[in-house]
Unconditional design. Structure first.
Lengths: 113, 110
């Protein structure tokens, strides 16, 4: 069966510090991978989307970047965090060529202070 | 035109009642309409989904009603339970991208 791992679960970082959130998927190959952000009590904002290694689509210009160094690994990064980067970050995957069903990780609650 | 408008923003229903969450869209190219359920501190999970060639789909206590001409679809929860308390998101798919509603926080009171 397929599983998605996302860590850490919570993170408190000072303004101006770097960020690295990692997501890995097991049990499938060539998945589509996504990073979403959810502000408190708000909807889901798609940040990045990837259909393969090194292929990243950015949906929203911002202080963040994403990389996919391996088929089932997706990393969200920032060189310098802003207060506005606080939120609940979710990684998700779907089967390659089929974007109908997304499987989400358990999320990372990021607080930038 | 890429928006999905979801209402209400929050909803409180007594146990056993039938909460109804509504979504509306404009883009007729949308061809798949899922609903996701999210519990606090967790990622959303697919609950039920429908395609535009079907007017209703039922899975257990959850039903999607779809009105293609009105470009609206809704989620009904029969015999609601406190365990159904969660945030519900509707979405619509076009090409590779899911367009999400803003979410409805549902509370079922015992």
């Amino acid at each position: 069966s397929q599983t998605i791992h996302q860590w850490p679960a919570t993170l408190v970082q000072p303004v101006g510090s770097p960020l690295s959130l990692e997501c890995t998927v097991e049990g499938t190959s060539n998945p589509n991978l996504y990073w979403y952000r959810q502000a408190a009590g708000r909807g889901l904002q798609l940040l990045f989307y990837s259909v393969g290694i090194g292929q990243i689509s950015s949906e929203v210009p911002q202080n963040l970047s994403a990389s996919r160094p391996q088929d089932r690994q997706f990393i969200l990064s920032s060189k310098k965090l802003l207060l506005s980067d606080s939120g609940f970050y979710l990684c998700a995957w779907s089967r390659g060529g089929n974007n109908e069903k997304l499987f989400f990780g358990s999320g990372t609650q990021l607080s930038v202070l | 035109q890429q928006q999905v408008k979801q209402s209400p923003q929050s909803l409180i229903v007594q146990k056993g009642g039938i909460p109804i969450i509504n979504c509306a869209y404009e883009n007729t190219a949308f061809d798949y309409f899922p609903w996701y359920q999210q519990f606090p501190g967790k990622g959303p999970a697919l609950l039920i989904a429908i395609r535009p060639d079907v007017s209703e789909k039922k899975e257990g206590r959850f039903t999607i009603s779809f009105n293609k001409s009105a470009k609206q679809f809704s989620l009904h929860i029969m015999d609601s339970q406190p365990g159904d308390s969660a945030t519900y998101f509707c979405a619509a798919l076009v090409d590779y991208q899911l367009i999400w509603g803003a979410g409805t926080k549902l509370i079922i009171k015992p």
